[in-house]
Structure formats: C-alpha cells, structure tokens
Write a protein that binds this ligand. Structure first.
Ligand code: ADP
Ligand code: MG
Length: 306
C-alpha cells in the first residue's frame, strides 16, 4: 500500500513509529505537512498538490492533526476522501471529537457515563449553574484547552464563582463539571483501534495535582480494565465514529465516566506503558480495511459488467 501520514513534524515519536511500522510491513509511506497542501475542488478529478507535485496513488491516509490546525487539516482529509483514499478516522468524526460539548452531548444521548457537566454562555444565575453540578468542589474547563492547561479545580463555591466570572469576562467558552475526587488524581487512557481496546494505561498526576496529564508531570503505568470499562471505551469510540482514538475515563463511585475522546492520541506514553506495538496494530487495521474496500469495489465492478 501507499500511505500518507498527515503530520506537521516527521520527528514526532508517533509519526516516526507509524512510518517505521508501515515500512516494516512493506508499505510506502510519505509524511505530509497538511498546511503545505493546496487543492482543487472539482467533481471529476479532485487533486491535492504538495511542494509542486500531485499527491497520487494513495490507498490510505493517517490524519495526525493537531488541535490548532483542525479546520484546514480536516479539509485536507476531506479532499483525500473525495479521491477515494481510505481515511483512518473520517474528517467528520475528527471535527466532532474536537468539540468537547458536542462530544459529551452525543455520548450522553447514547447513555455513556459522564461526569455531571454544565455549560453556559452568560448565565444570570451563577448560583443555579453551580447547583446543577452539585456545588463545590467542582472542575472548570476551557473548551479550547488541551494537555491539562485550562482545567481548574475550585475547592469552594466562592472560588468557583470568581474563576467562572474571570473566564466569562475574557469571553472564553467553559464548562463546569462535578469533581470526581475518588479518582485520586488518576485517569485511564484506553486506546481503541477498529472497535477493540488494544492498549491501556493508568496516568497518575504528581503528589497534590488532580490532573493526570503526562504533559503536567503525570506518570503512566499498566492497568487492567474491568469489562464495564472496556465496553464503555469501545462504545464511546463507535458513537464518535472514530476508527482510532484514545478514550479517557475516570473511575468514579458510580462506574466509569468518560471525560474526552481524543482522535489523534499519542503513541509514546501508551506504547511505553503497555509494551504493545500500537503502531503495528494500526497499520494492520488499515491493511484490513483497505483490503475490504478493494474487494467490495471489484465486486461491484464485476456486477456492473454482468
Ligand atoms: P485536557 O483536554 O486538557 O487533557 P481533561 O478534561 O482531560 O483536559 O482534564 C485534564 C485532567 O484533569 C484529566 O486527565 C483528569 O486527570 C483531571 N480531571 C478532569 N476532569 C475531572 C473531573 N471532573 N474530576 C476529577 N478529575 C478531573
Ligand atoms: Mg485530557
């Protein structure tokens, strides 16, 4: 197969591992910086140009699109889709997953356990908003935040009110959430590929920190999921429509609650903590899907001739 990896930096661990795994299985791989792609949109022959050449003959594209380039990045993925290239994660699913409120609403609708969550644009009654998530302590999150930046624990109602007012004064979009204290500063990352949890890790924040993000000094270790946690991760991935994703959940007193579903989950932490060749599993999944697609198109062609 010929595979494009959409990534802004060849040297990133995840990008390198995907290239290595694909080449080890005999595929040809090109790393493509999405921001350097330019395209034409026509109904007969949509094309993508890159550094003066046409990108042609690809069987699959692996989007590794950073949050800051979601808009242009998903447009490039969509262009590959128009050219009948198999996308590992469709553009619509990536867009969906990048909107935290939309994701939580979709998951809630299908009965996935979530922390009790509230959101508001400019509430007249802060008291009532805070009451909807059960009062302090509570967690306040910037919708645009990643890597734990923009996630604040307000221990008292007074603190919650002033932080919410400060964020609103800056016109930032926020949500507030029940604080799952019993998680003890840890969360679970479940790595899902093609409807299966292929690797998991438990992340633990440093002493005194409720955020477990590895970027905030958290450490990762091996963990065994309960059947309920496993099925929650698989269902969350299916609801979001993602082939590959990282489902993050907290162990609460009322069962697993999903915090977010990440459509470009990093490989470094999970491969090192779990000892699994996640990149290899991703490439095998692409082989399977591309094979199925080829079978079905060749079948429909034969039918058309008959
Ligand atoms: P980001 O997208 O910045 O990673 P998250 O929503 O994943 O934001 O929150 C970062 C971390 O904060 C989580 O990994 C978790 O450890 C902790 N956390 C987030 N929400 C809650 C909550 N409601 N209760 C307890 N801990 C939380
Ligand atoms: Mg997170």
């Amino acid at each position: 197969m010929k595979i494009a990896v959409l990534s802004r930096n060849k040297r990133l661990y995840s990008t390198q591992r995907l290239v290595e795994a694909a080449e080890a299985r005999g595929h040809v791989v090109q790393v493509v910086d999405v921001l350097r792609c330019y395209m034409n949109i026509t109904s007969h022959r949509p094309t993508i140009h890159y550094k003066g050449d046409k990108l042609e003959g690809f069987d699959a594209v692996i989007p590794r699109i950073g949050a800051s380039v979601t808009f242009y990045g998903t447009a490039v993925v969509r262009q590959f889709e128009m050219m009948n290239v198999f996308p590992l994660n469709e553009s619509v699913a990536i867009t969906r997953s990048r909107d935290k409120l939309r994701s939580l609403q979709l998951l809630a609708r299908k009965g996935i356990g979530l922390p009790v969550t509230g959101f508001a644009h400019n509430p007249d009654d802060l008291d009532d908003l805070i009451g909807t998530v059960g009062g302090a302590p509570l967690v306040i999150k910037l919708l645009e935040g990643t890597q734990g930046i923009g996630v604040v624990l307000a221990e008292t109602k007074k603190a919650a009110e002033s932080v919410i007012q400060a964020f609103m004064g800056m016109k930032a979009n926020i949500m507030i959430q029940e604080f799952i204290k019993e998680a003890g500063g840890s969360d679970l990352r479940c790595f899902v590929v093609g409807g299966r949890v292929v690797a998991t890790m438990k992340r633990q924040g440093p002493e005194g920190e409720f955020r477990s993000n590895l970027h905030r000094g958290g450490t990762a270790s091996l963990v065994r999921l309960t059947p309920e946690e496993r099925s929650t991760a698989v269902r969350a991935a299916r609801i979001m429509g993602l082939d590959v994703c990282g489902v993050d959940m907290l162990r609460s007193n009322h069962g697993p609650v999903v915090m977010e579903v990440n459509s470009s989950p990093g490989l470094e932490g999970i491969e090192k903590a779990s000892g699994k060749d996640v990149a290899g599993l991703i490439i095998q999944y692409i082989e399977k899907r591309v094979g199925e697609l080829k079978d079905s198109t060749s079948r429909s062609k034969t039918r058309g001739q008959g």
